[in-house]
Design a protein around this ligand. Structure first.
Ligand code: CA
Length: 417
């Protein structure tokens, strides 16, 4: 188990996201490789196709030579967990199989700075929840009634909606500022143009690792069998478009133009040591949403705004542990009606805000709908995201000398075209 201190022959910075405790999964390309499954350690990637070719991991190498991880993930946790633990073993100081093989090491390891990370999964369906109580309370306070900020259903079910999978992109993919209808407060008629309120949403998302049939339901006790791992997720949102369009069916064009995920899927097994107690849920939830054990996760989250060529400036820090609803409850709710799951489906957490003003996970909250702009080090102000800005999300877990992280979830905004 990863609770034990593991020492590796690799040289890894103490603050690296990719310690021996992590061993995440992704897909990379470079001038010689179109697409290979990979893991990461320190500043390097580990080419899993090459490890399989050399007989050091026992998995069909054809599943490691594809543009996404879907077929690898579909092999099931008995295989993917064994691969992860085997890679961890190969990295141990006490193991010589790879450590002493100079020729193979040259094929297997590549500097992360020298390769390109690809979209790790083919997302069939993408769902987004709304499960942070501080976020839902802030939004309800701003747009409805501070005394009744939460809708009557909010503490009884994990509210969610079906998003658009086609525009979920991997970190590094820039996009143009979306255009759409907005209705100025002082006008009877809507206007059309680029959004003036492009926002971020600090989220994580989990990747489905096991399919179900229509009619099946996943209960909270077995939900973890269906969760392959997690990524960072930026659910870009155009607030002015959203305000005009969202009644009565919810988000549509305000959300479906772009969403960004980090390229490394950190497995649920790697995250297990960082489990923590969940929110006390009052009122009591219906029986199908009850769960036992520590099902929250202590994942520290940071968001940086980088203006043009300036240095990245931290605009908030939050933590996944502020989630009111757990992933297991979200999955039980999602499938309680018999909705089926497919490997590669993506489930967003919803914006993760904490109780402090510095812990809000969207600019709408951080600037309180633009009434308290953020001042950047160069003196310029932001109510929302400007053209040329880059948003970088990071996340890590740290406990008892173990540290692991997610890498970056980064995207830049280009002018409307
Ligand atoms: Ca969202």
């Amino acid at each position: 188990m990863t609770h034990i201190h593991l020492s590796t022959w690799m040289s890894i910075a103490a603050d690296s996201d990719f310690s021996i405790y992590n061993i995440p999964f992704g897909v990379y390309s470079d001038q010689n490789v179109q697409h290979h499954a990979c893991s990461a350690i320190g500043d390097e990637i580990i080419d899993l196709f090459e490890l399989a070719e050399a007989g050091l991991i026992q998995v069909d190498k054809n599943t490691l030579n594809q543009s996404t991880l879907n077929d690898f993930i579909a092999l099931g946790k008995s295989t993917t967990n064994a691969v992860r633990l085997r890679i961890q073993q190969l990295m141990l100081a006490s193991n010589n199989e790879l450590q002493s093989n100079v020729v193979l090491k040259q094929k297997v390891f590549k500097k992360q700075s020298q390769i390109k990370m690809l979209m790790p999964i083919r997302v069939g369906d993408y769902t987004d929840f709304y499960s942070s109580i501080d976020h839902a309370t802030n939004i309800g306070t701003m747009i409805r009634d501070p005394k009744n900020a939460l809708m009557p259903n909010w503490k009884h079910l994990p509210v969610g909606y079906h998003g658009r999978a086609s525009s979920v992109c991997v970190s590094g993919h820039s996009f143009h500022r979306p255009k759409g209808q907005q209705k100025p407060a002082d006008s009877e008629m809507p206007v059309f143009g680029p959004t003036k309120a492009l926002d971020i949403e600090l989220e994580t998302a989990f990747v489905i690792g096991k399919s179900t049939n229509m009619g099946d339901s996943v209960n909270t006790a077995s939900a973890d069998d269906y969760i392959f791992g997690m990524v960072l997720f930026n659910d870009w949102s155009a607030r002015d478009i959203q305000t005009w369009e969202y009644v009565p069916l919810g988000p549509f064009l305000a959300k479906n133009f772009a969403s960004t995920i980090s390229p490394w899927i950190v497995t649920l097994e790697a995250l297990e040591p960082f489990r923590t107690k969940g929110y006390v849920q009052d009122p009591k939830v219906l029986p199908y949403l009850e769960y036992s054990g520590n099902k929250n996760l202590d994942i520290h989250l940071d968001v940086y705004l980088q203006a043009d060529k300036a240095a990245p400036h931290k605009i908030c820090s939050s933590n996944y542990k502020y989630m009111y609803w757990t992933m297991e409850q979200q999955l039980a709710h999602h499938t309680v009606n018999g909705c089926n799951l497919n490997v590669g489906d993506l489930m967003g957490s919803g914006t993760i805000s904490g109780p402090q003003a510095s812990e809000y996970g969207s600019l709408m909250e951080l600037t309180w709908r633009g009434t308290k702009p953020i001042t950047l080090p160069d003196g310029s102000e932001r109510k929302y995201v400007n053209d040329g800005d880059t948003i970088i999300m990071k996340g890590y877990c740290e406990k008892n000398g173990m540290r692991l992280g997610f890498g970056e979830c980064r995207a830049s905004v280009l002018p409307a075209n």
